[in-house]
Design a protein around this ligand. Structure first.
Ligand code: KIV
Ligand code: ZN
Length: 512
């Protein structure tokens, strides 16, 4: 593998993706993302647009000073004050790059800039020369290149390389290109611009037609050696080419493409989750590589295949992107193979007859629920939670909560043959109900864990609460279901109390 086949990964999450409405990050958050990007070993981090705000300036400055490894880049329009600001922000960075750009398509020249081709060409050259006075590494982008008249585009590229640009980035700013056309454009740039061998040709594709990644790959085949992309494909409008998809396509189909990157693919999932959390933009579940379902199998046939031999239905291994393992989602479509596999992982080795019995219960439950979880299985096989009794019964529950109200609850429990009523307040209605039940049964019980999820969909969904309680060394789990989540919570607590009774009785017998 020669260096000619190496593709540089330029991450613009902190610049292009950060322009997404509502997704802006503060300096500390940007530093955290930049640290993850350095761990991922991207080649270049575009850290921001220093002239756009003091915060962006500070982020570029701090990232340039503190992040080791990648080249740190600052964006600047082809105007003097932008370039000065970028140069200033990057002055302490050991490997700085200034990325300057100007629109070159007729649509941009006439519709936005109201300038002629000659004038814009001069602006581009002057910008590159000025950027060169700050650092050797200068990138120039003829914005909207994909819609720029090719003859003029070649002229601008030749002139900016002559002025010292070391990277020429070809943006498909509005996501208009199609793969063959875009790949051919890159081939033509390389063939027709006489000094094109003196710069790296880069591409920057937007996803307006859902083709950002495929256009980037076509451009790489055409000779581009830098791909501009973002974590989770975030960016202006429909976003930019997704970093994880480009990297994993090149890695997984190395046989077809024949190119490499320096990215440590095992680090992919961490920045994906971090960026999603910090920007408040959830990753769609079916998103390639990093979506929650990307390695989750739900059809019985697929589950059976993957359990027998992973590559029957998986082209990448979860660990290659930093995930623990393939997920076998147990639903009504799952077969015995998937059930047995999951039960084995939970420590239950069942004979065929017992497996058939458990499978029947499983299917019945799976028909009622969207997904069957480990704790459901444990309960089906009669394991962990222990038997229940009806020593405690929830007879009455009244809870009060709302804005400006102290949450309170009144409960009436039957305990053995007695009836006890108590009221309490708490941090929320569930806390209040639990406090009231705790008072009613008068024992020192601790809530170790509480989880709630919807079993069915819609606003009338059944809520299922699982609560883990402990009393001294004894630990139990209880479960409650209701369309009223406070009631489901109280039922789960009472269920756990009943299991505690059985557990104590059993232990007494064992010690006698
Ligand atoms: O989409 C675009 O053209 C850009 C440039 C600044 C490179 O983001
Ligand atoms: Zn862009």
């Amino acid at each position: 593998m020669t260096d000619a086949n190496r593709v540089f990964i330029f991450d613009t999450t902190l610049r292009d993706a950060e322009q997404t409405p509502g997704a802006s990050l503060n300096v500390a958050e940007k530093l955290e993302v930049a640290q993850q990007l350095a761990r991922l070993k991207v080649d270049i981090i575009e850290a921001g647009f220093p002239v756009s705000s003091n915060e962006d300036f500070e982020a570029v400055r701090r990232i340039g000073q503190e992040i080791e490894g990648p080249v740190i880049c600052g964006l600047a329009r082809a105007v003097a004050k932008d370039i000065d600001r970028a140069g200033e922000a990057l002055k302490d960075a050991p490997n700085p790059r200034i990325h300057t750009f100007v629109g070159t398509s007729e649509i941009h020249l006439k519709g936005q800039m109201r300038k002629g081709q000659e004038e814009v060409l001069k602006m581009a050259v002057a910008a590159v020369e000025q950027a060169k006075s700050y650092c050797d590494d200068v990138e120039f982008s003829p914005m909207d290149a994909a819609r720029t008249e090719p003859g003029y585009l070649f002229e601008v590229i030749e002139a900016t390389i002559a002025a010292g640009a070391t990277t020429i980035n070809i943006p498909d700013t509005v996501g208009y290109a199609v793969p063959e056309e875009f790949g051919t454009l890159i081939e033509q740039i390389i063939a027709k611009v006489p000094n094109s061998d003196q710069a790296i040709i880069s591409v920057h594709c937007h996803d307006d037609l859902g083709m950002a990644v495929i256009n980037t790959l076509a451009a790489i085949k055409g000779g581009a050696r830098q791909a501009e992309c973002t974590i989770n494909g975030l960016g202006e409008r429909a976003g930019n080419a997704s970093l994880e998809e480009i990297v994993m396509a090149l890695k997984t189909r190395q046989d077809h493409f024949g190119y490499t990157t320096d990215v440590v693919s095992q680090e992919i999932i961490s920045p994906s989750r971090l960026v999603s959390r910090l920007m408040g933009i959830a990753v769609q579940p079916n998103k390639a590589i990093v979506g929650a379902n990307a390695f989750a199998h739900s059809s019985g046939i697929h589950q059976d295949g993957v359990i027998k031999q992973r590559n029957t239905f998986e082209i990448m291994e979860p660990k290659d992107v930093g995930l623990d393992d393939t997920e076998i989602v147990l639903t009504a479509r799952s077969g015995r193979a998937a059930l047995r596999h999951r039960l084995q992982a939970l420590g239950h080795e069942l004979e065929q007859e017992e497996l058939n019995r458990v499978y029947e219960i499983f299917v019945e439950l799976a028909d009622k629920k969207k997904e069957v979880f480990d704790e459901d299985l444990i309960e089906i096989v009669g394991g962990d939670p222990g038997e229940s009794t009806d020593h405690y019964e929830l007879q009455y529950l009244h809870s009060v909560s709302g804005t400006g109200t102290v949450p309170s609850a009144t409960v009436r429990l039957r305990i053995g043959d007695q009836t006890v009523q108590q009221a309490a307040w708490g941090d929320g209605p569930v806390d209040a109900a639990y406090a009231a039940i705790g008072l009613a049964c008068g024992t020192d019980i601790q809530v170790d864990n509480y989880a709630i999820r919807a079993i069915t969909s819609g606003s009338q969904a059944l809520g299922e609460v699982t609560v883990h309680l402990s009393r001294a060394e004894e630990k139990v789990r209880g479960r409650g279901v209701s369309t009223d989540v406070i009631e489901a919570s109280a039922k789960a607590y009472v269920d756990a109390l009943n299991r505690l009774v059985v557990k104590s009785v059993k232990e007494e017998h064992q010690t006698v």
